[in-house]
Design a protein around this ligand. Sequence first.
Ligand SMILES: Cc1ncc(COP(=O)(O)O)c(C=O)c1O
Length: 444
Amino acid sequence: MLLNFFSMKTTLSSRGFTAINAMLRPDFEIFFEAIQNLYDKEENPNGTFPLNVAENKLMWAVMKEKIESITKNKEIPDWVSNYTSALGSPSFRVVLAHFMTKHLTKCPMDPHKMGVSAGATAVIEMTSLLLGEKGDVVVFPAPCYPVYRQDIGNKSELERYDLVTHHNLETIVDEPNLSIEDLDQTLKKLQSQNKRFRMLVLTNPDNPTGGLYSIQKIEKIANWCILHGIHLIVNEIYGLSIIDTKHSEIAADYKTDRPFISFATVMHEKQSDFLHLWYSLSKDFGVSGFRIGLVYSHNEDFIKAYNNYNAPNMASNYAQWIMEEVLKDDTFVKSYIKENQKLLTESYILVVKSLKKLDIPYVPSRGSLFVWADFSKYLVENTQAAENAFWMKIYKNTGILLTPGEGFGHTKFGQFRVVYPSVCIDDLAVALGRLEVELLNECI
Ligand SMILES: Cc1ncc(COP(=O)(O)O)c(C=O)c1O
C-alpha cells in the first residue's frame, strides 16, 4: 500500500490514502439505500426491512416520551455549554456508577475508574491506543463483530486475530465454545510468529451468537490472562438486552438456566491492572445516535492516560445531561429494562419459529439483538461469492437485508445475522412471512 501511496498523486497522508477505499462495512451503502424505502403497511407495502444494523427500535417511543418530559420540564444546567472533564462530566459519571451498580453490574462501581467517550467505538479505539503497540494482536473468539477490526486497527494499528472455536454452529451448546486450551494454542501460535498476544476481547452477551459466558468460565479466562500478562476486556454492551429463556415457547432450547453476571464482579474481586469492561448506552437504551460509551478499569495509569488522550473522543455534554436525567430515575430504568426484555423476547420467538419451520440451524440466544443462523443449505456452492449472491437475492426478492456473514471471522459460508428488534414486531412478522415463502419455494 505504501509503495502505491508514493506512486500516487494524493493530497492525503498515507493513512488518509488507505482510508479512501477502506469501507467500514460491506452492507452500509445498501443499508442507507434500504432505509429510504422502508416497509409501511399502508404507505409502502413493497418497502424494505433492514435487519442488518444493530439497532433496537422497540422502546424508542418510551424513551422519546421520557426525554421529551425532561427537555420540557427541566432547566438545562449551565455546565452543558462548557468543556468538562475528558473522562466525562463528573455528575454524569456519578449517575452512571449508580445505574451500573443497581441495574447492570450489581457490584460497587466507582465514578473515578470510568472514562466516557463518543460510543463504544471510541472507547474501543482509545483502549487499543493506550494498551497496545503497533502490530500487537487482539484476539476475538469467532464469529465476532466485524467492526472491531477497524476500531483496533485504523489508528492504533493493532491486528485482529479470529480465534475459531467451531465450524458448525450446532456445536455451540449452552455457552460460547472458547476454552483455556484454545487460548494456550493461540498464544503458542502467535509466539511462534513473533507476535504479541496483547488483548483478549469477549463480548458478553455475544455479537453475533447471543451466547452468554458463565461467570465461572470468565473467571478462569481472567486468571489465565493475568498469568500471561494479557489484557482481558469484556464488552457488556448488550448486558441488559437479555432474553427470557424460561419462556414456554423457547425453554426447550436451553439446557441450563444462566443469569447475566457482570465481569465487574470478577474485576472487583481481583483488582487487576489487566481487566477492563466496556459498556455503551447505544444498544440497551436504543440511543446509538447519542454516542455515549464507557470503559471501566481498576488500572489507575490507564484511567490517567485516558483522561489525557480522550479529548477528541468526548461525548456531547448535552447528550450526557439528558442520559444523566434518564438514568437517575430508578423507577423508569427498572420498568424500561423489564419492558425491553419482554419485547425483545417476543420478537426473538417470532424469528426462531420461522427458522424452525424452514429447518435452518441457529444458536439459541440468551441476549443481544441477534439471531445467528446457518443458511448454507441454500448456497449454490460453498464460496464467498455464493454467500453474497444469496444475501442479495433475499434482499431483492423480499426486501429483507440481513447482516452478511463476511467479516465475522467464521469458517463456514452461508451464515447470517438477523437483527430482529430493528423493526417493530408487526413488520417483523411480515418480513418473516416473506422469507418463509421465498425459502420454501427454494426447496421445491
Ligand atoms: C459488540 C459491539 N461493540 C461496539 C459497538 C459500537 O457501539 P457504539 O454505537 O456505542 O459505538 C457495537 C455496535 O454494533 C457492537 O455490537
